[in-house]
Ligand binder design. Structure first.
Ligand SMILES: C[S@@+](CC[C@H](N)C(=O)[O-])C[C@H]1O[C@@H](n2cnc3c(N)ncnc32)[C@H](O)[C@@H]1O
Length: 260
C-alpha cells in the first residue's frame, strides 16, 4: 500500500517522528553506536547464505543498516518506509539495484485511522480492533528475505498516540490493537525467511541513573523464536523522550524461516 498523503502523515505526527529519530541520534553523540553496530552485524550474519531480493521494512535513515554489504550481495534491495530522506534517494540513484517504496507497513491502518471521526470513536458500539482488522500488508513479488528493522513496535506507537488524541479511552482496546498489529507483522513475515530486530522493553532511569521502572513495548509472543540475541540501546540520555527520565531500550534480534 503506497502512501503519498503528506498532509495525513504530518497531521498524524509521522513526519515529525521521522525527523525526530535523526535528531535524537545526533543528540546522543555516539551513544547509539553499539546498538547500530549490533543491528548491522546481526543482519550481515543472517543473510550470509542468501542472495536475490531483500526487502527492508522500516529503512528510515539507514542508520542501522549495513548498506555496502547488502547492496553488493543482493540483485534487488527494496526499502520500505513512510518516507525516504535525501541521502537515501541519492543512494538509490547511484545503485540500480535499490528500489524505494513509500508504503504503510500496517496495510492501510494509517489512512483508516485518519478517516475516523471523533463521533465514531465516542460511540460505545465502536470497536477499533475490528475496524482495523481487515487491513493486511502484502507484497506482490518474490522476496528471498525480509528484514524488519527496528520497526515491530513502531508500527503501533504512533497510531495509538493518534487514537488517544482523537478520544479513544479504552486502554484494554488499545493494548489489544497493539498486539494485533505486532502479530499481523510477524504473520506476514512468517511466509518469508526473515530477520527481526526490535526493542522489547523500556528501562527508565533517573538523572542519577537509578532504575525507576520497566515497561514492555512488545505485546506479541516471540517465544517460538528459539535463538535470540539481546542487547541494550542507550536510547535517550537527555530526557527528551520523557521529560523526567532517561530511557534504555532492551533489544532482541532473531531469525525466522519461511513456512514450508
Ligand atoms: C525506529 S525507526 C527504524 C530505524 C531506521 N531503520 C533508521 O535507521 O532510521 C522506525 C521506522 O519505522 C517507520 N514507520 C513507522 N510506522 C510505519 C508504517 N506504518 N509504515 C512504514 N513505515 C513506518 C518510521 O518512519 C521509521 O523510519
Amino acid at each position: 500500500m503506497s502512501i503519498y498523503n503528506t498532509y495525513m502523515l504530518y497531521r498524524m505526527n509521522y513526519l515529525t517522528d521521522f525527523g525526530g529519530i535523526y535528531r535524537r541520534y545526533k543528540r546522543e553523540k555516539g551513544r547509539w553506536d553499539s546498538h547500530l553496530e549490533n543491528t548491522k552485524q546481526f543482519i550481515i550474519n543472517s543473510v550470509e547464505d542468501k542472495k536475490g531480493t531483500i526487502v527492508v521494512l522500516g529503512s528510515g535513515w539507514l542508520l542501522d543498516f549495513p548498506v555496502d554489504e547488502i547492496v553488493n550481495r543482493f540483485n534487488r534491495v527494496v526499502l520500505y518506509d513512510i518516507k525516504h530522506p535525501k541521502h537515501v534517494k541519492s543512494l538509490a540513484a547511484k545503485h540500480s539495484n535499490i528500489e524505494l517504496v513509500c508504503g504503510d507497513i500496517t496495510g492501510g491502518m494509517i489512512e483508516k485511522c485518519f478517516k475516523l471521526k471523533r463521533s465514531q470513536l465516542k460511540s460505545d458500539l465502536f470497536n477499533i480492533v475490528s475496524y482495523l482488522s481487515s487491513c493486511k500488508f502484502t507484497i506482490d513479488y518474490k522476496a528471498d528475505c525480509i528484514v524488519s528493522l527496528n520497526i515491530l513496535n513502531q508500527l503501533d506507537i504512533l497510531l495509538i498516540d493518534y487514537l488517544k488524541q482523537k478520544g479513544v479511552k479504552s486502554d484494554k482496546q488499545l493494548i489489544k490493537l497493539r498486539k494485533m498489529i505486532q502479530e499481523r507483522h510477524l504473520e506476514f513475515l512468517s511466509d518469508y525467511n526473515h530477520t527481526v530486530i526490535t526493542d522489547v522493553e523500556e528501562e527508565w532511569y533517573s538523572d542519577e541513573d537509578e532504575l525507576l521502572g520497566v515497561k514492555p513495548t512488545l505485546y506479541a509472543d516471540i517465544r517460538e523464536y528459539k535463538e535470540q540475541k539481546k542487547w541494550s540501546w542507550n536510547f535517550d540520555s537527555s530526557m527528551t523522550y520523557y521529560d523526567d527520565k532517561k530511557v534504555i531500550l532492551n533489544v532482541t534480534a532473531f531469525n525466522g524461516f519461511a513456512n514450508p
